[in-house]
Design a protein around this ligand. Structure first.
Ligand code: ATR
Length: 291
């Protein structure tokens, strides 16, 4: 049973994930289980939506207090918020919207970048064998982001915020350059990335769709070039082991799965919705049971 029927009543806080398709989404499983475990009187619905603007007009009811946006609505989400958090505005994408209790306005946030950066930092902490959580392990590191779309933007901003030296490598140079100029980084093409190794121990993130199911034989970077990296993150989570992550591991790098971004992003949203810490292990277990 997905919902906590024992608590549902007139004051239940309603949330939902807006997407199309939405049937495959794991989020309702994760969020409802989390709400139940922390005894939060909320539900989280899968909402199949074609047009965001029409949807918000219809469902802009005070009972609806939180939305998550998923494909293809991340950029459209920007247009339905009453206010946008400055970071989400810079990134140019909103993937979470919360109704402010004081005036009922819908405020848009980007939690993609928080989720991805938290996953990478956790990976770096494990690599260093350090339990020191103060300060960012990305600070001062060369952080290469492959791709300059929505996810690439989020990662580049997140890396910059943590004090990393950001390099954006994209198939289309102009897009890499535009993003690099905006965040204060360097731009190269994916072809140039093959011979780009100013130092060893760099951190690599893939945000391109190369390697995603069904084209699992593809990879955005050669195995030879991977030896210069200490940690490789892939935003793709179908499959879990992309060719990139397999080859990264064979090259001796630590790997961070796309599901870690999904999980860390869910932790942030659940905390934002409920106001209390997310039950992290429980959420991990629910995801494992539903994949
Ligand atoms: P998302 O919002 O998930 O980041 P997107 O905005 O469509 O998705 O961006 C897709 C990214 O994957 C882009 O950086 C794209 O490169 P281009 O800017 O050159 O289009 C990259 N990408 C997609 N298919 C690719 C391919 N076959 N080879 C290399 N890069 C690819």
């Amino acid at each position: 049973d997905l919902y906590n029927f024992r608590l549902i009543g007139l004051d239940t806080k309603v949330h939902g994930v807006i997407g199309n398709p939405i049937g495959h989404s794991k989020s309702p499983h994760l969020y409802n289980a989390a709400f139940k475990s922390i005894n939060f009187n909320g539900i989280y619905l899968p909402l199949l939506v074609d047009s965001i603007a029409n949807f918000i007009d219809t469902y802009n009811s005070p009972d609806f207090v939180g939305y998550s946006f998923t494909i293809p609505h991340k950029e459209a989400g920007l247009k339905c918020c009453d206010e946008i958090d400055p970071k989400a505005k810079e990134i140019g994408a909103v993937n979470c919207m919360i109704r402010r209790p004081t005036d009922g306005k819908l405020i848009g946030y980007n939690v993609d970048y928080l989720g991805a950066i938290a996953a990478i930092e956790e990976g770096l902490r494990a690599l260093n064998g350090s339990s020191n959580t103060s300060g960012s392990l990305l600070a001062g590191k060369l952080f290469v982001v492959m791709g300059a779309g929505g996810a690439g933007k989020a990662l580049a901003y997140g890396g910059k915020e943590k004090g990393a030296r950001v390099v954006i490598a994209n198939r289309t140079y102009d897009k890499a350059k535009a993003l690099a100029d905006k965040v204060g980084g360097e731009a190269i093409t994916l072809a140039e990335l093959e011979n780009f190794h100013p130092e060893d121990g760099m951190v690599l993130a893939n945000t391109t769709s190369v390697g995603m199911k069904p084209r699992t034989d593809q990879t955005p970077i050669s195995k030879k070039a991977l030896k210069h990296y200490s940690l490789v993150f892939d935003a793709i989570y179908t499959p879990k082991w992309t060719r990139l992550l397999q080859e990264a591991q064979e090259s001796g790098a630590a790997v961070v799965f796309g599901t870690e971004m999904l999980l860390n992003q869910a932790f942030v949203q659940i905390e934002n919705f409920s106001g209390v810490p997310a039950p992290k292990q429980l959420i991990r277990d629910v995801l494992a049971r539903n994949t």
